[in-house]
Design a protein around this ligand. Structure first.
Ligand code: SF4
Length: 496
């Protein structure tokens, strides 16, 4: 293989299978490359953590350490590791004569034969269809390079594993033999590689219209470039695709405010259209009254923050389990009365749940409504806490049965502000109704960032003074969520 012959990596192959235009942009238009989206680094770190454990699973092995750009060197190092008799070669690299090349997480020797198994590590909890394309390209690259490949194995996380003591790597991972699925797809790889290398050679971008494929199996990096931008409150906000959108566009209607009154829509859609047309809050007073009358004082406004690491960090947790580490609680004894704030944030490096449960039960009282925003989440956490700490199950269940979901009136559009822009999330609802309370001015402004920063503290990845700052910012963020619930309830009382 000479350097001037185009090559295609596994990730480029998968990109090209999703959309040839995306591959062409990747190779020819580095200027269009999007900025690293928030959370990408965290995902990378999590993948690295799982990758290291996967190597430990095989106990011994040699790692091919060349940079991913130094493909030829990595191929030579792999061949040397094979010649030296290694039986587990991590990050092994091979290229087929047609230019397709790939790394494999573990190249594993089969006994004393000359055959090898390909073991690919994924953070998922099962085999996905796109993994089969991934493994087919790997098999194509290694077979094409002359390796005798026996099995294609996907090594993924077993989400049924419950940690007890040291990590049990044999239980944490599941090895799924995908050889049959992969070999049945192998016949197509030659054609795909040839077609995608042609795409790379073209001077002009391929003509591909944006569509559903832009989001499946992953959101494409170039949606900001390919998708037309719409003015605020356009009909696309209401009908992203489909016959209703086409019917409106056929009548030259592009703004929600232009939709005629007789256009057939659901009640929820009508509420949004009326809000856009009038610029006024839309309200169903009877439904809001009913909601308010269902509340029983004292009110407990509650919110949890959680982490869900792929690798269980504590005993009695499973992979990806949501582990609560913080709550905020505003308590109001009577209508329009003062509110008291209580909070809990675990700042230890140990399992936060025992102290979390104890403080929660101590401060939630025994009667009165517990107001949450998206009850399914907090209830699920309580259910899992009750499962893992059965002695507290009855008390946690009693808190769950008192829960009232403040999301419901907003999601049902019994109360709708035009600035909610179709979303009932607290991040949209709060600034619409209470403009001086925003999230975008906070250091931590969403649950994902809260979880990532807290994990960095737990894993000692931040200096002590930065950890302190993170804890302070977490308190502000979680406290705002429950104060938001207090304020939104005040808004509702003021409207009926
Ligand atoms: S946004 Fe859609 S059409 Fe554009 S490159 Fe990506 S997948 Fe292709």
């Amino acid at each position: 293989m000479h350097n001037h012959t185009p090559r295609i990596s596994k990730s480029q192959y998968l990109r090209g299978l999703q959309c040839p235009k995306s591959l062409w942009y990747y190779r020819h238009r580095p200027d269009l490359a999007p900025e690293t989206p928030p959370g990408r680094q965290a995902l990378f770190d999590a993948g690295h953590e799982v990758g290291v454990l996967a190597q430990q699973y095989f106990k011994t092995g040699i790692e091919i350490t060349e940079d991913y750009l130094a493909t030829d060197k990595a191929i030579c190092s792999t061949q040397k590791a094979v010649a030296d008799g290694h039986i587990h070669i991590f990050e092994a690299t091979a290229a087929a004569p047609d230019g397709a090349f790939s790394k494999i997480d573990i190249l594993k020797k089969v006994g004393k034969s000359d055959a090898w198994d390909l073991v690919e590590v994924k953070m998922s909890t099962g085999v996905k269809d796109y993994h089969v394309d991934d493994m087919a390209l790997q098999r194509h690259a290694f077979t094409g390079a002359g390796y005798n490949i026996r099995k294609s194995i996907l090594m993924h996380i077993n989400n049924q594993y419950v940690r007890s003591g040291d990590l049990d790597l044999l239980a944490l991972f599941t090895l799924a033999d995908c050889t049959e699925q992969v070999t049945s797809r192998l016949a197509d790889v030659d054609g795909h590689v040839a077609r995608l290398l042609d795409v790379i050679r073209q001077q002009k971008e391929p003509d591909v219209a944006p569509g559903d494929h832009c989001f499946s199996p992953f959101e494409c990096d170039y949606t900001g470039h390919c998708w037309p931008t719409h003015p605020p409150r356009s009909v696309y906000d209401l009908f992203p695709t489909g016959p209703k959108l086409n019917a409106l566009l056929a009548r030259d209607i592009t703004l929600i405010s232009e939709i005629p009154d007789d256009f057939r829509m659901t009640n929820r859609q009508q509420v949004l259209v009326q809000a856009c047309k009038t610029g006024q809050v839309q309200l169903d007073p009877a439904k809001i009254q009913k909601f308010l009358l269902s509340l029983k004082y004292p009110l407990y406004f509650l919110d949890y923050e959680t982490i869900n690491n792929a690798v269980p960090l504590f005993d009695r947790t499973r992979p990806y389990q949501q582990v609560p580490f913080q709550f905020s609680l505003h308590v109001q004894n009577e209508k329009n009365g003062p509110v008291n704030h209580v909070e809990f944030l675990s700042t230890e490096k140990t399992d936060p749940r025992p102290a979390f449960i104890e403080k929660l039960i101590a401060h939630c009282g025994t009667k009165g409504s517990v107001i949450v925003y998206n009850k399914a989440f907090e209830k699920r956490i309580n259910d899992e806490l009750g499962r893992d700490f059965p002695q507290f199950k009855p008390a946690l269940n009693r808190i769950s049965t008192r829960m009232v979901d403040l999301l419901v009136p907003f999601r049902s559009r019994h109360l709708y502000h035009p600035d909610m822009n179709g979303s009932a999330s607290l991040k949209s609802v709060l600034p619409a109704f209470v403009p001086h309370m925003r999230y975008d001015t906070l250091e931590i402004s969403d649950g994902g960032a809260a979880a990532q920063l807290y994990l960095s503290c737990l894993k000692d990845a931040l200096p002590a003074e930065e950890q302190q700052k993170v804890f302070d910012n977490l308190r502000v963020y979680c406290g705002q969520d429950t104060l938001a619930e207090v304020k939104l309830l005040e808004v509702m009382y003021g409207l009926v």
